[in-house]
Design a protein around this ligand. Structure first.
Ligand code: ADP
Ligand code: MG
Length: 295
């Protein structure tokens, strides 16, 4: 039989927008001492917009328009939030050519062929190939963008860097309070992301996390959880994306943001009805209140 206290707490949780899929996960939540948040879509809104374009051969309208068109063409088939933002910006600017041979490069970017030219679009890891020299105008722009915490995306044609884009995502205003309240409960807070160190550090500083893990490949997010557990930590992971699913499953408590992907929701023990990170605080207080009464 389900103890009365669980029945009561389940009713309370439904009211506060906390869906408990796995009762043992809720029970474990009271012993969690680190909450690990995914950045994109969890602490930030996950709806980035293009805020800058630079071309290797000058900053005239034609040159930057070409960079945006190439990037938009290559990203047409990608579902990544960065891709959606790039396609939208490119279409606003002008006609976007058709692309073929689309391939997604997990945690790095995309590859496609545009007007017979192989095009790569992606973050710093896309430059790991042969001879990724950064022309001076691109170096200067990316330095500036990094400084203000923007995500920098490079555009390569035929293996040469022809341009770069800046994208900015909005930090959820509730994230700051969520982390402050977790600290007040004596819980440490960390953030994990595939995004560059510069962006991750800027967001991490703003929201006040204790530790930042950046440039983590999707397949390595769950290893990071395992690493923290090996250090004796009890970890709650909070995420929204497909790439968070293994980490949600690995964590002592996996918490999916309600607006997240189906895979994330399936892998989590607790699902939040809203996308407000403060609900995580509610999961801890609910767990502590429910299970304290049992012995
Ligand atoms: P996150 O953990 O922040 O959700 P991902 O693992 O999905 O990030 O992606 C990590 C990084 O890989 C992004 O910050 C970006 O630099 C790059 N990237 C991934 N997919 C794309 C894409 N479609 N277009 C451009 N860059 C991409
Ligand atoms: Mg995410």
């Amino acid at each position: 039989a389900i103890p009365l206290v669980i029945a009561i707490s389940t009713a309370t949780s439904a009211k506060s927008g906390i869906l408990v899929k796995d009762r043992l996960a809720l029970e474990r939540m009271r012993t969690v001492n680190v909450v690990l948040f995914d950045k994109t879509g969890t602490l930030t809104k996950g709806r980035p917009a293009v805020t800058g374009v630079v071309a290797a051969d000058g900053d005239q309208d034609a040159a930057t328009g070409r960079v945006l068109a190439l990037a938009g063409a290559a990203e047409a088939d990608s579902e990544h939030p960065l891709a959606r933002a790039i396609v939208t910006a490119a279409q606003r600017r002008g006609p976007v050519p058709a692309a073929g041979g689309f391939r997604s490069l997990t945690g790095r970017g995309v590859q496609a062929e545009v007007d017979g030219v192989p095009v790569l679009v992606g973050g710093p890891r896309i430059l790991d190939g042969p001879d990724p020299q950064l022309p001076e105008p691109i170096q200067a722009a990316t330095q500036r963008w990094r400084g203000d915490g923007s995500t920098v995306i490079y555009v390569l044609a035929d293996g040469i860097v022809v341009g770069a884009l800046a994208l900015a995502d909005e930090i959820r205003p509730e994230s700051v309070a969520a982390i402050r309240d977790l600290h007040a409960l004596g819980v440490k807070v960390a953030m994990i992301t595939g995004d560059a160190h510069s962006v991750a550090d800027a967001v991490g500083r703003h929201v006040g996390v204790d530790e930042v893990f950046a440039e983590v490949l999707p397949a390595d997010k769950d290893s990071k959880v395992a690493e923290l557990q090996a250090r004796g930590q009890r970890v709650a992971m909070v995420g929204d994306g497909v790439n968070d699913a293994p980490a949600l499953a690995r964590a002592d408590v996996g918490i999916a943001i309600g607006a997240g992907t189906d895979v994330a929701i399936e892998s989590a023990g607790v699902v939040l009805a809203s996308d407000d990170p403060r609900s995580v605080v509610g999961v801890i207080t609910l767990s502590r209140a429910s299970y304290r009464k049992m012995w």
